[in-house]
Design a protein around this ligand. Structure first.
Ligand code: GLY
Length: 413
């Protein structure tokens, strides 16, 4: 009987597996590059209180301090390298770059504490089981919760600021990116037994569904709220092409965010929502054949004109955003596990991962580059980080590679 089951399983795998490189081949090929690039980054990062983020225009490493919103990703990159290779050297670096962020658990200055602490200490807890990290996650969730407003039903992302026109004032701006910070809150409730953090996360996610999303499941980047009444005051962009357009990384944050809401709640409304967002993203008419999105889906769509000074002639072609592609791939691999027809998500993600693992998007070992992937964009309207490596593009790439190893559709590739 056992033999029959084994034979049937093998026949099933043979029948269902696609041709092409295996998961193990793609992972080991990328780990060779990652090993070379991160060794260079660690060597170039001479001030060990700083954290590698990207490179400067002259190609030198650009590192940032603990309060930068990307400060948790390099620690996360190191933890993921440790998970993928089992090599102690990555664990040692992971601990260093994680514990550098010790004071961030008390940071209430913006919503990014979720990214910073979950990607560093959160991965550290999973990888090393260090019990001390549990309290850090709970403290950070407490700090993030200080930004929750009951009347609005959201966590405030940024403090007061002005929009592009220099006139529109944002008093309680919430950005779609904030969906990513909910993971910290869900984990903190599990760790502390205090349901408060989870309830804040659920309320934030539901309010965001209502006010950030359009009927086609694309989303605004920024929604500003009236603190007195809780009403929506403005729906706009800060890093996208126009207020009405679809900034690629924002769509990816939303997809990832609603998928993780389902992971922690098992509420089908989040699963449905994530699937609808995925449908929009996977079928958008400007999506290039290689699945690496334009930095904003609408950048060449007729009728979309930016609020800011945009000079298309600056670019040889419309920049892609590899970070949006890797966030999307990682989210889709998770989503594929939750539905009966998940193969379409896993296949899309697998194709994306293979496409970014090519010379166009990946650094070569000989290149003086400190990261695995190239061709991400920080913010085109701010002319910041145009077609460069970013530590978070690598982070979601490594996470996606790790997820392929246990994904039921990809395991046989
Ligand atoms: N959270 C900032 C960004 O995605 O650029």
């Amino acid at each position: 009987m056992k033999l029959l089951i084994n034979v049937s399983l093998c026949l099933f795998l043979l029948y269902s597996c696609n041709s092409g490189p295996t998961v193990d081949q793609v992972i080991s090929d990328n780990l060779l590059v990652a090993d070379a690039q991160y060794n260079k980054a660690l060597k170039a990062n001479t001030d060990k209180t700083k954290i590698p983020r990207t490179h400067n225009d002259d190609g030198s490493l650009r590192s940032v301090g603990a309060y930068d919103w990307t400060s948790g990703f390099f620690a996360g990159d190191m933890w993921l390298m440790y998970e993928l290779t089992g090599e102690e050297k990555w664990k040692k670096e992971a601990i260093h770059y994680t514990e550098l962020l010790d004071t961030i658990q008390y940071w209430t200055g913006n919503h990014d504490v979720g990214f910073m602490i979950n990607c560093s200490y959160g991965n550290g807890l999973l990888s090393s089981g260090n019990k001390k990290y549990e309290q850090v996650l709970v403290n950070a969730a407490q700090s993030l919760s200080a930004r929750f407003d009951e009347k609005i039903g959201c966590l405030e992302s940024w403090n007061y600021r002005k929009a592009w026109d220099g006139k529109t004032e944002w008093f309680f701006p919430v950005i779609i990116d904030n969906m990513m910070n909910l993971e910290l809150l869900f984990k903190a409730s599990e760790l502390s037994g205090n349901d408060k953090y989870k309830q804040i996360a659920i309320t934030h996610a539901k309010t965001t569904m209502k006010n950030h999303y359009r009927p086609d499941y694309s989303c605004y980047h920024v929604v500003d709220y009236n603190e007195e009444t809780g009403a929506v005051k403005d729906q706009a962009t800060c890093q996208g092409f126009t207020d009405a357009s679809s900034w690629a990384r924002g769509q990816a944050w939303g997809l990832y965010g609603y998928t993780l809401c389902y992971r922690f709640t098992k509420d089908p409304i989040f699963l449905d929502f994530a699937q609808n967002i995925a449908k929009y993203m996977m079928n958008f008419k400007t999506l290039p054949e290689d699945l690496i999105p334009l930095w904003d889906y609408h950048v060449n769509v007729k009728g979309f004109t930016p609020e800011w000074d945009y000079d298309a002639s600056k670019f040889e072609s419309i920049p892609r955003d590899v970070s949006a592609a890797t966030i999307t791939a990682s989210a889709l691999i998770e989503l594929s596990e939750y539905v009966t027809d998940g193969k379409k998500y896993a296949d899309f993600a697998w194709q994306t991962l293979q496409n970014v693992s090519t010379d166009k998007y990946r650094a070569s070992i000989d290149e003086q580059n400190y990261f695995i992937l190239k061709e991400s964009v920080g913010s085109i309207p701010h002319e910041a980080e145009l077609s460069v490596p970013l530590n978070y593009a690598d982070y979601y790439f490594l996470e996606a590679l790790l997820r392929t190893k246990t994904n039921k559709y990809l395991i046989c590739q």
